[in-house]
Design a protein around this ligand. Structure first.
Ligand code: TGC
Ligand code: FAD
Length: 407
């Protein structure tokens, strides 16, 4: 059965023909090829690699990049791809987010012509897989403290350190690795099989089981001088990649919420209790469904507006933080309410709800936790950074700068 979508106020009318076509293509792919296998992948803790060539054929990787055989779609279309994929599973959306926003984007934005030629067509076709190594065991929310180093030695860079929680780490043909150099943080491309570079999977995950999460190790790992992304000048470049991925997650959250809402609505119309009537006839059940559809609708409008702003070049990191934070929170709350409506059936994977509920815990934490995004938005509206606790480090905001930011 085709997923009918969730659209209370005709947001469909805001989309142009190309955007609808992209959405419908991905929806069909998800219904036909992803839904039949995703529960099994989640149970088996397995990334559905068999879908990668088809996703390449459908141009789902690097979709906003123009050239190199890539489609150069607008940002609303990109968002709709993320929405439809996450309607199936956050892990699948993660796979495409990392490939597109965290690996192809930095190669396109900060790479040399040779690096672009080498990786972008292959990654677009799904013939090469990438991963993004920023987080370290002791530096998650605060990547600026990273200990991984890159030291220049003649015609080579020598990498030492480790990265943790890296999506696609053991699957990747190439890793974008962020490391401290004498001149600050720089990005490097490290190829699978390079001596001194190791990767191993992290086990015991109860969330994002259809996605591979890994540790990366670098021990006197020598890479050629031209493996550095030449246009990287600091941590800022890594954070620019996160902007791309976080924007996609703002749409992905809506996809997850659509899935749990739709499941709860259908279930409530069929499940009979007490008076021979479906549970949907009760006001308390309707109140939950109404909360869900209200927040999904607001999230859709927010995501669409962010897409418009991104295409117009007007978006700022704090706007993206608002979208990621709000829409993932909505998805998390919708998963909880849907699980309640399904009763005991809410805890078994015959229904997608418990899988989405578990998955969204990762999404709530990665790409900047819910609270870190509160601090980004808080800094934007007050002018005061609250990331570091000591009071003496809080500078008084300049009145003019605060007023300008608030506008
Ligand atoms: P701070 O001193 O504020 O900034 C350093 C420089 O970067 C600039 N900047 C940004 N630039 C572009 N986009 C942004 N979002 C930016 N945020 C800051 C800033 O202007 C400054 O520039 P300059 O020219 O002065 O050097 O940096 P900080 O060290 O205080 O950190 C700020 C903070 C906490 C917001 C940042 O570190 C942060 O975002 N932390 C969260 C870490 C995070 O999100 N990690 C994600 C890892 S990847 C992942 O999770 C993938 S999951 C798989 C999937 O996506 O599906
Ligand atoms: P911490 O930073 O230790 O935070 C713990 C808690 O403290 C959180 O609640 C946080 O909000 C709070 N906290 C921290 N600092 C503050 C503060 N200043 N004020 C208030 N509260 C604060 N990383 C990559 O680089 N690449 C990947 O591909 C990748 N994939 C991932 C996949 C999965 C499944 C997961 C779970 C994570 C992934 N990550 C990846 C890592 C992810 O980005 C980090 O987990 C995230 O940035 C948070 O870091 P942390 O887990 O170390 O939490």
């Amino acid at each position: 059965m085709r997923f009918p979508g969730v659209d209370f106020i005709d947001t469909e009318s805001m989309l142009n023909e190309e955007q609808r076509m992209v959405r419908d293509t991905v929806r069909e792919f998800v219904d036909d090829l992803v839904m039949p296998i995703i529960e099994e992948c989640h149970r088996d803790c397995r990334t559905p690699l068999e879908l990668v060539p088809k996703m390449g054929e459908l141009n789902l990787f690097g979709a906003t990049i123009d050239g190199y055989g890539l489609p150069g779609l607008d940002n609303v279309s990109y968002g709709l791809i993320m929405q439809e994929l996450e309607r199936a599973d956050s892990g699948l959306r993660s796979f495409v987010s990392v490939q597109s926003s965290l690996v192809m984007y930095p190669i396109w934005a900060f790479g040399s012509d040779a690096q672009k030629e080498r990786w972008l067509p292959a990654m677009g076709a799904g013939e090469a897989i990438g991963c993004f190594g920023l987080t370290e065991p002791d530096f998650g929310s605060n990547p600026g403290g990273m200990r991984t180093t890159a030291r220049r030695d003649g015609d080579e860079w020598v990498l030492n350190g480790s990265k943790q929680w890296i999506t696609n780490g053991t699957l990747a043909d190439v890793a974008v690795v962020w490391a401290q150099t004498e001149d600050g943080v720089r990005g490097f491309l490290v190829e699978k099989g390079t001596p001194g570079f190791t990767s191993s999977d992290q086990h015991g995950k109860f969330s994002l089981r259809a996605s591979t999460t890994s540790e990366l190790g670098f021990q006197d790992c020598r890479i050629p001088a031209d493996a550095m992304l030449p246009k990287t000048v600091g941590l800022k470049n890594a954070l620019m990649c996160l902007n791309q991925a976080r924007y996609g997650i703002a749409w992905g959250g809506i996809g997850s919420a659509m899935a749990t809402y739709h499941c709860a609505l259908e279930y409530s119309k069929e499940r009979i209790q007490f008076n021979g009537q479906p549970i949907a006839c009760h006001q308390l059940v309707q109140d939950k469904l109404v909360w869900m559809i209200s927040e999904i609708t607001k999230g859709q409008l927010l995501a669409f507006q962010l897409g418009q702003m991104k295409d117009a070049g007007k978006i700022k990191p704090q706007h993206i933080s608002l979208g990621k934070r709000n829409n993932v929170w909505v998805a998390r709350e919708c998963a909880k309410l849907a699980r309640e409506i399904l009763g005991a059936n809410g805890i078994v994977d015959d229904y997608p709800v418990i899988r989405h509920m578990l998955n969204i815990e990762s999404v709530y934490t990665y790409e900047g936790t819910h609270d870190i995004h509160a601090l980004v938005i808080g800094q934007s509206v007050t002018g005061i950074p609250a990331f570091n606790a000591p009071q003496e480090s809080v500078k008084k905001p300049k009145a003019a700068a605060v007023a300008q930011e608030a506008r």
